[in-house]
Design a protein around this ligand. Structure first.
Ligand code: GSH
Length: 227
């Protein structure tokens, strides 16, 4: 059986991608959740992940330490990871790769913190550009493949890659087009997304670095987390 190493569900956006993918496609795995321990997470995370980062998938002696590489590895034995048709598969791979290597302004300006509802102190133009590009991608996916998921009627890896953006949009209350709002609502209703979110709300530990990062960027409206 696979073992998946992840970090705090409230904060760990990269962990969420692989976790939600495996849960939704019913690929069995054993979950290992390690808390972020501040600036030096790497010092303890190297015990199970060669890069000192999560997610890290263990399959026997194999260690896979990057969400995109893990996704491609899983796709070799689980055909439902990517869409069934060549066109949808190619589009899904492009959109996932763009998410994997881009959108740094959204990533840096709106760090994931599932349980918070906040209002940004300022919204730079570059953030609007990232949001607009995401909305265009989502519109394109729905137009080309008919929805309700990004590459058609089935949940695939491309939805998993945008899963952290769903929680970011919820936390920061960013204004979205109707199609984007509909997709966000659909994703928030996915059993695996609900299960991750509920677990995130139950986490009582806080990591100072993540907390101060959000505080510097936004005004807190509500904290729905326990404790
Ligand atoms: N490219 C990696 C990035 C993974 C990553 O940055 N993970 C963060 C958590 S969400 C991490 O492990 N941070 C710990 C640290 O930097 O010490 C992936 O796709 O998996």
């Amino acid at each position: 059986m696979y073992s998946l190493w992840i970090a705090n569900k409230n904060y760990s956006s990269w962990s969420l991608r692989v976790w939600v993918l495996m849960q939704t496609l019913e690929i069995p795995f054993e979950e290992h959740l390690e808390q972020f321990d501040g600036v030096g997470s790497t010092s303890t995370f190297v015990n199970f992940s060669p890069s000192g980062k999560v997610p890290c998938l263990h399959d026997g002696q194999l260690r896979l330490w990057d969400s995109l590489a893990i996704t491609e590895y899983l796709a070799e034995s689980h055909p439902l990871v990517w869409p069934a048709t060549l066109e949808a598969r190619a589009w899904a791979r492009c959109a996932s790769a763009e998410m994997h290597s881009g959108f740094s302004v959204l990533r840096n300006h709106c760090p994931m913190s599932c349980g918070l509802r906040v209002q940004l102190r300022n919204t730079p133009k570059a953030l609007h550009r990232d949001i607009e590009r995401i909305e265009n991608l989502w519109h394109e996916g729905h137009t080309l493949f008919g929805g309700p998921y990004l590459a058609g009627s089935a949940f695939t890896a491309v939805d998993a890659f945008f899963a952290p953006v769903i929680f970011r949009f919820q936390t920061y209350g960013l204004p979205l087009s109707n199609i984007a709002q509909k997709y966000v609502a659909h994703m928030l209703g996915l059993p695996a997304m609900k299960s991750w979110y509920n677990a995130a709300l139950k986490e009582t530990w806080r990591e100072t670095e993540h907390e101060t990062e959000v505080q510097a960027l936004a005004l807190k409206i509500t904290d729905l987390r326990k404790g």
